[in-house]
Design a protein around this ligand. Structure first.
Ligand code: ATP
Ligand code: MG
Length: 377
């Protein structure tokens, strides 16, 4: 730095001397260049002023210096200003940059303020959202709990219903059936116990009683087929389908795998009830000629299909059924769900209806052991 100051001082003195002597523009330009070199070398305005002062003192001491003091002062001032002008320019540049920077900072502050407001707003919204989410979560948990309760209730109701059916069926069979049998025997003995009773009237009354006995037995069986508990699902279904075909004139084909007998009691009664309701629907609504009931084992599931060839219906009515208090299809679905099965209905208007139930099946793997049957009217 000192070497540079010395070098600049010498050059400054020589240029200043030339300028005072000749006041040439070209010398001023060199003074400007010297100022720029000083600035680039890290010198400040104070150092430049010192260099100027040193050069002036030197000049004023020189004897050959002849110009008037006023002219010297004027020229030296011009020279000094020119040498300082790079500093001035830079300083102005700094100032402008500073002002621009201040504006930028202000803008940034404003943007930051808006951003902070936006962040606060978002935080507030997030808080509300979280509160809502937690409320929804609670409501969902509550609704799941209620749903679970409902499931348990419907399972209990179905259990109670089956037990009640079993009791009524037994009473019908044992009490009413036996009473009718006793009445029939009494009528048989009427001609000998009451001679003169017209034979035709006795025969009519006996026929009516026989008919009533058959109806009571059928009703008792449909309510709860004891055969289901005693012999199993397939004999119970086969017996039911035979009687149903005889009653309705429908041509019913039955094909089933013995695996069905490995199902639990709840699953068996579910399949029986679904078959019962599906066939009742066929007789009531389908105008079908034939029905196929198939029980097969498929990919670890036991599947029952009930397919008729009737007129079927618009599947949209399926959703409408509950509104019209039709409970058959909904009841089937609910029963199947309670034993963790799946239920599906395929309605093809004009081409028949298919009801399909698939139940989880834990029975041993082995041959299909299928059994066939046909019931026809
Ligand atoms: N196999 C079928 N063929 C034609 N239509 C059917 C068949 N099964 C059901 N349906 C139609 O679906 C509707 C709903 O059946 P669902 O068993 O739920 O009620 P429902 O038999 O009318 O009355 P419920 O069974 O309660 O005594 C029926 O009214 C009928 O229009
Ligand atoms: Mg029905």
């Amino acid at each position: 730095m000192k070497a540079l100051t010395r070098k600049l001082t010498l050059r400054y003195g020589s240029l200043l001397r030339r300028y005072i002597a000749q006041t040439q523009e070209e010398v001023l330009a060199q003074a400007n260049g010297l100022g720029r070199a000083a600035m680039a070398g890290g010198l400040g305005v104070l150092e430049m002023t010192r260099i100027h002062q040193t050069s002036m003192i030197q000049l004023l001491r020189e004897a050959e210096f002849t110009e008037s003091q006023a002219a010297v002062m004027q020229s030296s001032e011009t020279f000094l200003l020119e040498a300082l002008s790079p500093f001035e320019m830079t300083y102005r540049g700094f100032q402008e940059t500073n002002i621009r920077l201040q504006h930028l900072i202000k803008d940034k502050e404003n943007a930051n303020f808006s951003l902070q407001r936006e962040v606060d707003k978002r935080k507030q919204s997030e808080k509300i959202l979280r509160a809502r989410e937690s409320r929804m979560h609670d409501l969902l948990a509550e609704s799941q709990r209620l749903q679970q309760n409902l499931r348990e209730y419907s399972s209990q109701i179905l259990g109670i219903q089956e037990a009640e059916r079993r009791r009524i069926s037994r009473e019908l069979h044992d009490d009413v059936g036996q009473a009718l049998t006793a009445a029939s025997i009494a009528f048989e003995n009427l001609p000998s116990s009451h001679p003169g009773t017209p034979e035709a009237s006795v025969q009519d009354a006996r026929a009516l009683l026989q008919d009533a006995m058959v109806k009571v037995h059928d009703f008792a069986r449909d309510l709860r087929p004891t055969i289901l508990d005693e012999l199993g699902l397939l004999p119970a279904l086969r017996s039911y389908l035979d009687r149903f075909a005889a009653r309705t004139g429908l041509h019913i084909t039955f094909r089933a795998t013995q695996h069905a007998e490995t199902l639990g009691e709840d699953e068996k009664i579910t399949l029986f009830r679904v078959a019962q309701e599906s066939l009742t629907n066929v007789a009531k609504h389908a105008r079908a000629h034939s029905v196929k009931v198939t029980i097969s084992r498929n990919r670890g599931k036991l599947r029952m299909d009930v397919c008729d060839d009737g007129q079927s219906f618009d599947p949209q009515n399926f959703d409408q059924a509950a509104k019209k208090h039709r409970l058959g299809l909904l009841g089937m679905q609910e029963r199947v769900r309670l034993v963790n099965g799946s239920f599906s209905l395929l309605a093809r208007p004009g081409k028949g209806t298919q009801i399909r139930v698939a139940l989880p099946c834990q029975g041993p793997l082995g041959g299909p052991g299928s059994t066939n049957g046909k019931s026809g009217g």
